[in-house]
Structure formats: C-alpha cells, structure tokens
Design a protein around this ligand. Structure first.
Ligand code: FEO
Length: 168
C-alpha cells in the first residue's frame, strides 16, 4: 500500500496527464481550424498517448491497494496567436511535467518507496523522449517563424513523424 502522501502525489500526476491529453486534443482542433492537417493528426495521436500515461498511473495506484481519484481538470487553452507560440507553450508544459515527475521521484527516494521509484522510471525515459520530440518541433518552428511557407513545411514534418512513429 502507498503512503497517503505518495498516493496523493500520484493522483495529482493522473490529473496532470489527463490535462495534457485534453490540451493536446484541443490543440488538434485548433490546428484543424487553421488548416494544419499534419499538426491536427500529430496532436490527436499525442492526446491518446497522454491518456495511456494517465491509465498507467491510475492502475498503479489501484493495484497498490489505494484508490485513484479523478480530480477537477482545468480547461486547456483554446487558441494561440500563431504556431510558434503554441509549440512554445507545449514545450513549457512538457518541462513542467518532467519537473513534477522529478519531484515525485525525489520524494519516493527520500521516503524509501523503491517500488514507486521503480515504477516511475518509465516516466523518466518518456519525458526525456517527449522533451526531445517537442524541442525538435520548436527549433524548426523558430527557423521558419516568420515565413508562411515554413509553417506549411512544419505541418508536413508533423504529418510525417506522426505517421512514421508510435513513440510520443
Ligand atoms: Fe505524459 Fe507529455 O507527458
């Protein structure tokens, strides 16, 4: 059984992953409304991956003899001034998720919960991949920020990577 504090921290992470899923789903709609089909497809797929992250935590809490609690989930942003500011927001969000995972891990180690520490290793690798993925899009977006033709190329890139890979 998990300590009350660790159970609470994991529940907070459940809600954060839920928020991430909703945020990406909303971004998918925003991309679609701008005619960015590649971006829309990419973020739709990413939204589903975030749900998987949420389910992993949800099941871990329940399997540990505790109860997963779904809390209130904040509304995600609905619109962005441009593609670059959207992807910048996404990158900051993923950095925030990484920070939360790190805080959880620090707490588990200092309280000798090695089972949860072990469970969370998957999230450490996943966040490394997610930050790398989003940073790649951010860097490319920065290069073409002021060029409309560039946004079209970015959209093609997203379309390609979301069809070629299943990783997040
Ligand atoms: Fe589940 Fe993108 O963090």
């Amino acid at each position: 059984m998990l300590s009350e504090k660790i159970s609470k921290m994991l529940n907070d992470q459940v809600n954060l992953e839920f928020y991430s899923s909703n945020m990406y789903l909303q971004i998918s709609a925003w991309c679609s409304s701008k005619g960015l089909e590649g971006g829309s497809h990419f973020f739709y797929k990413h939204s589903k991956e975030e749900l998987d992250h949420m389910y992993k935590l949800f099941n871990y809490i329940n399997d540990s003899g505790n109860i997963a609690i779904i809390g209130k989930i904040e509304e995600p942003p609905k619109s962005f001034s441009d593609f670059y500011s959207m992807i910048e927001k996404v990158y900051k969000h993923e950095q925030h998720v990484t920070k939360q995972i790190t805080t959880l891990i620090d707490y588990c180690l200092s309280n000798k919960d090695y089972t949860t520490f072990n469970f969370l290793q998957w999230y450490v690798s996943e966040q490394h991949e997610e930050e790398k993925l989003i940073k790649g899009i951010l860097d490319k977006s920065l290069m073409v920020q002021k060029e409309h033709i560039g946004i079209y190329m970015i959209d093609k890139y997203l379309s390609k990577i979301s069809r070629d890979t299943t990783s997040s």
